[in-house]
Ligand binder design. Structure first.
Ligand code: ADP
Ligand code: ZN
Length: 740
């Protein structure tokens, strides 16, 4: 050994956020500290320094000791992630075939990734006494930007604002601030970031007495504190949440923490309020709407155990917990649990893995379980609990089809639907009109030559957004002014088909005396707009709600009695093997908003194919029947959950680069193919060109998970090394939920 002084020191295996599937070996820093697993270190990496996380100590390195570099510094005295959390990180890297350094990065708040301390000082800006007494009006005349900044800080009062918050409000404030600092009107100081405050919660409120079905489910859940995955399949309004609440209460009273994963916190403020009020506990919230310091504070509270209840979206699955006792996944079927870029993990699946590692129960609730979960229940891997009736006596809604061949829709609405809306409004009910397409119209067409306005960078049409007089591509985000004439022949153009904006206009024309609220991602962009709209909807101030699937998720609108589904045919002839499952989920979820309280609910579905088998099954047998038929079909056709899939995607400026790269992957796999692995492709992605890049894909299908993972384990590093990889963007998606 060339360097004896280092030989008795352990080698640190460090995860660094770079797109390479390996760990890196370093010696401990020279300051004598020995960072343990879960601590961050600063390491030299090529010409730069990087923040890394120690994964473990080892007696040996593949590198000769003389070549090993040392960590430059240790950043933590205590590990940020401990045993079970590091195990989850490792599992995630292995299962999704993703570089472990990037998994660690996903598991950590931004501030910690940047190498700042767990309790960082925050840069604060506030107005001085001099600033408070300044003559804002005269300042506004000379320097309006300065006046705006000073006023913003005065409005914030007290300690002023975090620099980061200020950047959200006034992106260029630093340039403006200089003059104000010089005049002594504002000041800058460092403060310790606020800690999570559990005392904010109100006193716990009692809930309703459970009905028989709920009680039976709760008794089953209480039968074990060890690992078990419990699927609660309860029709919408059956009182699933009440059941989890009681189980959460048990766990929390025992001094353990509960982690609740929800689809999109912005969409479910009602759930958070309900958890807070019923449990009398302030939840630590982890979602995308937080500032970096807020997110860190919640993360710290989960890690230290100060927060007994942790509620978050997808990435919260990686949050460290001091003393976890239960994980709940609400609306298990929701797609937002699967990350669709970078590290393509399923938070729902990781919740089950984490619960298993921790030997604690995990509850998965939904009215429309995925076929994957149902399959596991049938095989006896998971427990299946059912709540078949609505709680508190509400009746299931009556569902009817409107045949649009006989009763055609004008600007989206058929006469039977208009009549039903009128009937429900006259009876004091509230109406929800669902159309899963935002904008005014999905197409702009020339009345003369038939030319359709398309995106220059994608194989897609541009959507008409009439409110902003724009054409937008919903795939790459490209926006341009609305054409008034055809770009090909100069004749007049017209919007074809309808989106939520157009439907809103139609409803206003037909029901001028009623309040109409549109809820979609365009109408709710402003911060807080979503909350306000949902409050109006819940309090019954909006007579008619019109919107996309945003409206279908978990909301409870007591006055809502009619749901109209405007264009239900989009999914009937879908090419994806999941089409029927998805469509049934979205219809059942939105239909479930009707008649949740005392008013009986009604659902009208407009379709041009009322005789289609899908409708017969859904109306006759409900979601359960659709799911059962779909499972039988997938067993025959060998699609998931009867087989396992992985998708290798590539994208490049030249189509040939994208395809050639996947050809290499296919060759590599062919040499290792066994009977239980099928390789399909490469083929163009269903939308071949997106944002100026050509996209292709290679599908791997196997009846045996082990085979699939063992070839992927070899494929990933081989592709990383291949020079062809430099010309493309590529990824591996394990258990893909979108096949494009
Ligand atoms: P889910 O989560 O299945 O959609 P919730 O738990 O939100 O159902 O319950 C739906 C509505 O029924 C809520 O207003 C809830 O307060 C009420 N509810 C739930 N369980 C009962 C019960 N046992 N008795 C009376 N009302 C109930
Ligand atoms: Zn585009």
């Amino acid at each position: 050994m060339s360097d004896n002084s280092a030989s008795d020191q352990p080698v640190l295996k460090v995860a660094i956020s770079v797109p390479v599937s390996r760990e890196f070996d370093y010696l401990p820093p020279t300051d004598g500290s020995l960072p343990v697993a879960g601590c961050r270190v600063v390491v030299p990496f090529g010409p730069r320094k990087q923040v890394g996380l120690v994964l473990e100590h080892s007696g040996a390195s593949a590198l000769p000791t003389g070549k090993l570099r040392r960590c430059s510094a240790s950043l933590d005295e205590e590990p940020l992630l401990t045993g079970a959390e590091l195990r989850l990180v490792r599992f995630t890297a292995d299962y999704y075939h993703h570089p472990i350094g990037e998994v660690v990065a996903a598991a950590m708040p931004a501030i910690l990734r940047q190498g700042k301390p767990l309790h960082p000082l925050i840069e604060m800006i506030s107005a001085t006494d001099l600033g408070a007494g300044a003559d804002i009006e005269s300042l506004a005349k000379r320097a309006p930007k300065q006046a705006e900044l000073l006023e913003t800080l005065l409005d914030a009062g007290g300690n002023g604002l975090e620099a980061e918050q200020l950047t959200d409000l006034l992106p260029n404030w630093r340039r403006v601030a200089r003059a104000l600092f010089e005049k002594g009107l504002i000041t800058r100081f460092d403060a310790r970031s606020a800690d999570f405050d559990e005392t904010l919660a109100p006193e716990a409120q009692p809930g309703p007495a459970l009905n028989e079905d709920q009680q039976a489910a709760l008794t089953a859940l209480r039968s074990s504190d060890a690992f078990g995955a419990w699927l609660i399949e309860g029709v919408t309004g059956s009182g699933k949440t009440e059941v989890y609440l009681q189980r959460m209460r048990d766990i929390i009273d025992r001094g353990q923490q509960v982690l609740v994963l929800v689809p999109e916190i912005g969409l479910t403020p009602q759930l958070v309020t309900r958890l807070r009020n019923r449990l009398g506990i302030e939840p630590a919230l982890l979602h995308s709407g937080l500032s970096d310091t807020e997110r860190l504070a919640a993360w710290r509270a989960a890690r230290s155990g100060a927060a007994r209840l942790v509620v978050g979206t997808r990435s919260a699955i990686f949050t460290p917990l001091k003393n976890p006792g239960l994980i709940v996944v609400d609306e298990e079927h929701d797609h937002s649990f699967k990350q669709q870029e970078g590290l393509r993990y399923s938070a729902r699946d990781l919740a089950i893995v984490r619960a298993k590692h921790l030997d604690i129960p995990v509850i998965l609730g939904t009215a429309t379980p995925t076929l994957e979960m149902l399959h596991h229940c049938r095989n006896g891997n998971y427990e299946h609990l059912r709540l078949p009736r609505r709680a508190g006596g509400a009746k299931p809604p009556a569902v009817h089809l409107v045949d649009t061949m006989k009763a055609p829709a004008t600007d989206g609405l058929s006469e039977p639907l208009v009549e039903a809306i009128r009937r429900h409004l006259d009876g004091g009910g509230q109406v929800l009109i669902f159309l899963n397409r935002r904008g005014f119209a999905p197409t702009l067409i020339c009345s003369s030559c038939g030319h359709i306005a398309g995106c220059d960078r994608c194989d897609s049409r541009l959507t008409v957004h009439a409110r902003n007089r724009e054409l937008r591509c919903h795939h790459c985000g490209h926006i341009r002014p609305l054409d008034t004439t055809c770009s090909e022949c100069g004749e007049s153009v017209r919007p074809l088909g309808e989106g939520t904006e157009r439907l809103e206009d139609t409803l206003r024309l037909r029901f001028p005396d009623h309040t109409i609220t549109r809820i979609d991602s365009d109408s709710t962009q402003r911060k807080g707009a979503m909350h306000e709209a949902l409050d109006r909807a819940r309090d019954g101030d909006a007579d008619i709600l019109v919107g996309t699937q945003m409206l279908s998720k978990g909301h409870h609108f007591p006055k809502l009695s009619l749901v109209g589904i405007v264009n239900a045919d989009q999914g009937l002839f879908g090419t994806d093997f999941r089409s029927a499952e998805r469509m049934a989920q979205s219809i059942v979820q939105v239909a479930g908003r009707a008649g949740r309280a005392s008013r009986p609910g009604e659902v009208l579905i407009q379709t041009a194919y009322p005789g289609h088998d899908f409708w017969t099954t859904l109306i006759g047998g409900g979601y359960a029947q659709v799911a059962e038929d779909a499972l039988a079909e997938r067993e025959i056709t060998r699609w998931p959950p009867f087989t396992r899939l992985a998708l290798v995607r590539s994208a490049a400026h030249q189509r040939s680069d994208a395809i050639n790269f996947l050809e290499l992957a296919r060759l590599f796999l062919e040499n290792r193919c066994s009977d239980s692995l099928r390789v399909l492709g490469p083929v163009d992605a269903p939308m071949a060109r997106k944002a100026g890049r050509y996209r292709a894909q290679l599908l791997l299908q196997s009846s045996d998970r082990r085979t699939l993972h063992s070839v992927l384990r070899e494929l990933r590093p081989a592709l990383e090394k291949d020079p062809a990889a430099r010309k493309v963007r590529w990824s591996i998606d394990v258990d893909p939920i979108e096949l494009f």
